[in-house]
Design a protein around this ligand. Structure first.
Ligand code: RB5
Length: 159
């Protein structure tokens, strides 16, 4: 699978480690930085990975920072990105199967390296179910995104 990966300084070491593991398993990895351990800003890498997915250069993304929180918040600002912080194996595959999660977020300061590698592989092996109820819920998320884009923040008044 084509996978875009990115991290700030807080996730830099795991980003390189996971990229090597995925490449070894035959995945095509697009490394979008950071390319060094110097302090950097996680929204920049969230934007790069989100753009790669939305432009069709990658099918999925993996983002890392210290906790995994900041980069997940930033990634979810992009309509069409469904990013989740998953530090357990159930969420890493169920998030794809039920919710079509397309970006996995991880925190290098929170979990160990072997778990991080396993979660990345589990995420990439999972496939969306296509079940009617899951498609329906995703369509409701798309409707929210479209309403915000076209009607602005006030669209939910009167809900
Ligand atoms: C960087 O120190 C740290 O704040 C960042 O990597 C991340 O944990 C934010 O959520």
């Amino acid at each position: 699978m084509k996978v875009a990966i990115g991290a700030d300084h807080g996730g830099f070491l795991y980003k390189n480690m996971i990229a090597a593991v995925l490449t070894g398993k035959g995945h095509e990895v697009l490394d979008l930085g950071a390319y060094g351990p110097e302090p950097s800003d996680y929204p920049d890498y969230a934007k790069a990975v989100a753009a790669a997915i939305l432009e069709g250069k990658a099918e999925r993304g993996i983002l890392l920072c210290g906790s995994g929180v900041g980069i997940c918040v930033a990634a979810n600002k992009f309509p069409g990105i469904r990013a989740c912080l998953c530090h357990d194996s159930y969420s890493a595959h169920q998030g794809v199967e039920h919710d079509d999660m397309n970006v996995l977020c991880l925190g290098e300061r929170v979990i160990g390296p072997e778990l991080a590698n396993e979660l990345a592989l589990i995420f990439l092996e999972a496939r969306f179910s296509g079940a009617e109820r899951h498609v329906r819920r995703l369509e409701k998320i798309r409707e929210i995104e479209q309403a915000i884009i076209h009607e602005g923040r006030g669209f939910w008044h009167g809900v």
